[in-house]
Ligand binder design. Structure first.
Ligand SMILES: [Mg+2]
Length: 335
């Protein structure tokens, strides 16, 4: 265990680097930075995937890794309400990696770039003892349509797209031996968990629609609903009440073999890597937003709770009892 959390590290970097520079509409500490370019806001984000931290070579398809390295950045652009446009990719490979692996990796990036209508316009390559894939994405958003983490207001409803927990279940399966995968091996539900982990879907259209329909704050769920909601609350200086029975738990999580099993709700709250969108909306905007997401994208939008003025998060049970909800969740620095 290292001496600091990821959030503490980001706060130190933010303090060191934040200066009042003209044109910087939103700096460090959100899903992406926003730069004023006149007619449009430029959306900038970067993310790194590291062998041994985010993936292991034996169970990772290079094509999926390339795809995911782009998609997770697109997800951060989506979380601002923006459209992705250009990517720069930096790749470090170790001596065991062969050319076909590298070709597949870049093929996966190309597939994601096409799917999200963007271009890879440059990058860098290097040798390292671990495989590292770092992608930076530039996108754009109209001024007035960008949504940060900071605008949630007491009384707003808390909504989340899609369902949660499948990617975390996929990671457990990926790390298991074939024997330990048990009934998951070759099953449709096991495959869907692995796909959720390896090929996340960035909710670009959904993010733009939520921005258009009045989202007061938004972020993507990369480290688990509980941790990411706590980050949104800190930035907005509010608290939150989550109704546990409303959390959209991914189907079939209770089918995980016994020795891999975790409470499905725990996977949904603390699992990470779902890349769904978490947003806040005024109460009277929720119905229109969920209808629009269903009709335009076939994506469910679930109302999971409410923003409160008092800071801190509580979990509300069906009988109305309230208990503190710990942020928990995934932290790359806490391992
Ligand atoms: Mg994010």
């Amino acid at each position: 265990v290292t001496g600091f959390t990821e959030d503490e590290l980001i706060e130190v970097v933010r303090t060191l680097l934040s200066e009042d520079v003209p044109g910087v509409t939103l700096g460090i500490g959100d899903d992406a930075a926003l730069i004023d370019m006149g007619q449009r806001l430029l959306v900038l984000t970067v993310d790194m995937l590291i062998e041994g931290v985010h993936f292991e070579l034996p169970w990772t398809s290079p094509h999926d890794l390339g795809y995911k390295s782009v998609a997770v950045n697109v997800s951060d652009v989506a979380a601002m309400g923006g459209s992705p446009r250009y990517a720069l990719v930096s790749v470090a490979i170790n001596p065991e990696v062969e050319m076909p692996w590298v070709v597949e990796l870049y093929g996966g990036m190309r597939e994601a770039a096409r799917e999200y209508a963007m271009s890879v316009v440059g990058g860098d390559t290097n040798r390292s003892d671990r495989v590292i894939v770092s992608v930076a994405v530039a996108g754009e958003v109209a001024p007035g349509r960008a949504v940060s983490r900071a605008g949630a207001r007491p009384g707003d409803r808390i909504v989340v797209t899609g369902s949660l927990g499948a990617a975390a279940a996929g990671l457990r399966l990926a790390e298991a031996t074939p024997a330990a995968m048990g009934s998951a091996l070759g099953s449709a539900w096991g495959h869907s968990f692995l796909t959720a982990m390896a090929r996340p879907v960035a909710r670009v259209g959904e993010g733009q629609t939520l921005a258009q329909l009045g989202a007061t704050s938004m972020m993507d769920v990369s480290d688990g609903l509980a941790k990411d909601l706590s980050r949104l609350c800190v930035r907005s200086r509010v608290g939150a009440a989550i109704h546990l029975s409303r959390v959209p738990v991914a189907p079939d999580l209770d089918r995980l073999p016994p020795h891999l099993a975790v409470e499905p709700l725990d996977l949904a709250l603390y699992g990470g890597e779902d890349y769904e969108l978490l947003a806040t909306l005024p109460e009277d905007a929720v119905e229109a937003a969920s209808g629009a997401l269903r009709d335009r994208f076939g994506t469910p939008l679930t109302d999971v709770g409410q923003i409160r003025a008092e800071q801190g998060m509580v979990a509300v049970s069906d009988d109305g009892t309230e208990n503190p909800l710990a942020p928990g969740g995934w932290d790359h620095f806490a391992g």
